[in-house]
Design a protein around this ligand. Structure first.
Ligand code: GLN
Ligand code: ZN
Length: 774
């Protein structure tokens, strides 16, 4: 092992998809069979070279200042591939030595034929998704996949000594789930010993490849909401780092506690032989002085530049945190300045955003600008404030300009939020308003509906692209969308659905659509971030106070309603989801932002009512994603998130039926939503989980209506009448027919009409079949 110190400035990770999404294109072309593996590998190599060159250009040249964190798909899948961890159903895909070739790797990620992909879920409180490893007592776990060591070799050959980045063993196992074959009571953490053995070989290989440091990310330690109890996790951390620390032939180990505070684990890490600890001082507080004092002899990496947002770092605040940490650390403890997490959550370079308002742009820092910020702060730490006086002054000036910008704080908006009362968030009690709305609607038992979107066809996308490019006039575009709406309405009438939708053809995305129509948001041109695999999103920037200059949806919904006698459901995205899928301002309380959005949506609902729409759905699929990682922070979050939804919907008249939609069926989230959001109808995912949660929901009691999805739209399969009847019957058995709705799991936008038409026809037939038995 070498003793090469870490340089004074570093980052914990960098966007991996390429500055122009080169890897996305290469992956999709390979998957479509349009290019071969060699072409994909060359493209990947070019992305890695581009990253090394760029980081060097930005000043990260010292050994271990750059990272090696490339993945073809996902950082968790990378560990599964390194350890040969595959679910039992994939055993045949393994090579003789237990490793996965590239196609097998992609099969784990995307499925193939009957082989279902591994489950995908959100990475902590971010909008990135990872692939959930499936482990049981018989899973073979060995160091078999050499990708990371090969990346290190490639970089070293190119003249860069990188710091490879791996998800740490404790986080890997806490995020894994027991495979279907696991015995009752098995927990993936039971396999820690085998996993450590494999990580040991990985570390030795990284050392052989030339790495002087390795970064093991342990974000799981920032959360305390695991099923495994805290004592077992503490034991696992102790075992993992005592064991890995004791290996002789290895790079120096940096344990990175990202996404929050890992203060409670510092006393456990301190006595181990690991060489460094990285702290997230943006999402977490500066740890207590006593906890820091114990870290003497190790390198401390202070994450003071956010890896999660796109705002310039407040250099004064960051400098203050650095001073606090430095004061608490024993003398001569190396202190390094870094980002709080990987920069995988932010776009590459704000300088490319030439269409953005210049002033707004000056307030922003994307990945490349953040690389600059860590270096400025490292200089400040080493040489004192005077060395970076110009940077500090510029930063203060820009912050002042931002605070005084007329769009950032708008008196009339603030005033309106300040006047919101509890009454504004409270509708007539459900028992009283429900008969009014149902009399108005006159629906049969087990009413059928959909979640909002219909297939976004090639033609719709082409029309939108042509419109954006100026090749299709506003009027022609409007007409194209209206034709699409007319088609969707007619189809729903033919299928016999009870509550219709307009199909959302005009929406590029359920958040961006609203962001473009509200003031206070701006869109980027190149601000792509990886969501999962090759999928990228381009979040809008929510930078100012929010107003709604004009109605956003009424024209489309009213047009759709004019084409039918059936009730038409208006379709809005809720405040929390708009925030979760945007880059949100860092200069304001979340509750204030959410209420501003709530008021804009409240006005929209009033306009919809005026246009004759009496059913409105406010989607909140992201309400779970923003749940804080610490249990103690959850009540406050639930308060402002629920409040904003109730503000949005609280002005609806008794005749209006409010729906909401969640994309999952996690018991706690669903009952919290039903109990607190006060929506009349909640639709949820339920078919993949075979209506599992309904008995518990029934036992908990649910004083509202529920639409557990009986058609799984996540697969191209067309569920038969029998299959959907069985699921619906199970729902009726659990909850009774009175309060049940019949609908798919989620929106239909990613599906094709060839699947949607027969699947919906079967759904309506299932509803009729079950109605007969009532
Ligand atoms: N109304 C949206 C749709 O149908 C809901 C999407 C979602 O829940 N993610 O597409
Ligand atoms: Zn959904």
């Amino acid at each position: 092992m070498t003793n090469q110190p870490l340089p004074q400035a570093t980052i914990l990770g960098y966007p991996r998809i390429g500055a122009n999404r080169e890897l996305k294109r290469a992956l999709e072309s390979y998957w479509a069979g349009k290019s071969d593996q060699a072409a994909l590998e060359t493209a990947a190599q070019e992305v890695r070279q581009q990253t090394r060159d760029r980081l060097a250009e930005l000043g990260l040249t010292a050994p271990s200042a750059q990272i090696a964190d490339f993945t073809y798909y996902d950082q968790m899948l990378e560990v599964s591939a390194a350890l040969g961890v595959v679910p039992p159903r994939f055993q045949d895909l393994l090579a003789e030595d237990g490793s996965l070739d590239l196609d097998a790797y992609f099969t784990l990620a995307r499925g193939k034929g009957d082989l279902a992909a591994q489950e995908m879920t959100k990475w902590f409180d971010s909008n990135y998704h990872y692939l959930v490893p499936e482990i049981d007592e018989n899973t073979k776990i060995d160091y078999v996949g050499k990708n990371l060591a090969n990346q290190v070799r490639e970089a070293v050959a190119a003249g860069v000594t990188p710091r490879p980045v791996v998800v740490g063993p404790v986080t890997y196992l806490l995020l894994a789930k027991a495979s279907d074959d696991a015995k009752e009571g098995f927990s993936p953490l039971d396999r820690l010993g085998d996993v450590l053995h494999a990580y040991g070989h990985l570390l030795m290989d990284l050392q052989a490849a030339g790495a002087q440091w390795v970064q093991l990310d342990e974000p799981a330690l920032a959360s305390d909401t695991w099923e495994v109890d805290g004592y077992a996790i503490a034991q696992a951390v102790k075992e993992a780092y005592s064991w890995l620390g004791a290996i002789v032939e290895r790079p120096q180990i940096l344990v990175a506690g990202t996404y929050g505070s890992i203060e409670e684990y510092l006393p456990i890490l301190a006595p181990t032989f690991i060489e460094g600890v990285a702290l997230d001082l943006v999402a977490g507080e500066v740890p207590a002085a006593e906890a820091l004092a114990e870290l003497g002899g190790k390198t401390v990496v202070a994450g003071v530049v956010s890896g999660r947002n796109i705002w310039r770092t407040n250099l004064d605040v960051a400098a203050e945190k650095l001073a606090q940490v430095k004061a608490a650390l024993p003398e001569n403890t190396p202190l390094v300045v870094a980002t709080s997490t990987s920069l995988q959550h932010v776009p590459h370079n704000v300088e490319r955003e030439t269409a953005l308002d210049e002033q707004l742009r000056s307030w922003l820092a994307f990945a490349d600008q953040k690389v600059g910020e860590v270096q400025v702060l490292a200089r400040l730490l080493a040489e004192g404030e005077d060395a970076v006086q110009a940077e500090l002054e510029l930063d203060r000036r820009l912050r002042e300009e931002r605070a005084n910008h007329p769009g950032v704080k708008r008196a009339e908006v603030r005033e309106r939020v300040a006047q919101v009362s509890d009454a504004d968030r409270t509708r007539t009690p459900y028992e009283e308003r429900e008969p009014v709305a149902s009399a108005k609607l006159g629906l049969p038992p087990l009413p059928t509906t959909t979640i909002g979107s219909f297939p976004q066809t090639k033609e719709i996308r082409a029309a939108r692209a042509a419109h954006r490019a100026g090749k299709l006039s506003d009027a022609d575009y409007q007409q194209a969308m209206k034709d699409e709406i007319a088609h969707v309405v007619k189809l729903q009438e033919e299928l016999g659905l009870d509550v219709l939708v307009h199909g959302e053809a005009e929406r590029n995305d359920m958040v961006q659509y609203f962001a473009e129509l509200l003031e206070g948001f701006s869109a980027t041109q190149h601000g792509w971030v990886q969501s999962y695999g090759s999928r990228c999103t381009r979040p809008s920037i929510l930078w100012g106070d929010i107003t709604r200059p004009a109605p956003m949806t009424t024209e489309w919904s009213a047009y759709a309603a004019s084409l039918t006698d059936k009730p038409m459901k208006g379709m809005l995205t809720g405040p929390v989801t708009i925030m979760a899928w945007s880059f949100v301002r860092d200069d304001e309380e979340k509750g204030q932002v959410a209420d501003q959005l709530g008021l804009a949506l409240r006005d929209e609902i009033a306009d919809l009512e005026e246009a004759g729409i009496n059913v409105v759905q406010v989607d909140e699929p992201a309400i779970r994603e923003l749940l804080p990682l610490r249990a103690a922070d959850r009540p406050a979050y639930l308060k402002w998130s629920v409040d904003s939804f109730r503000l949005a919907t609280g002005g609806a008249s008794d005749e209006t039926q409010i729906h909401t939609h969640l994309c999952y069926s996690e018991f706690n989230v669903v009952v919290d939503a039903i109990d607190h959001l006060d929506a009349d109808v909640t639709s949820i995912e339920a078919s993949r989980s075979r209506m599992d949660i309904l008995p518990a929901v029934a036992e908990h009691g649910f004083g509202r209506q529920l639409g557990p999805g009986i058609y799984d739209i996540h697969s191209p399969r067309i569920p038969s009448v029998e299959e959907q009847t069985t699921l619906l019957q199970a729902a009726v058995d659990a909850l009774g027919a009175k309060a049940l709705w019949v609908n798919p799991d989620c929106g239909l936008k990613t599906r094709g009409y060839a699947e949607v038409e027969p699947a919906l026809a079967n759904m309506v037939a299932a509803a009729k079949a079950v109605r007969e038995t009532l």
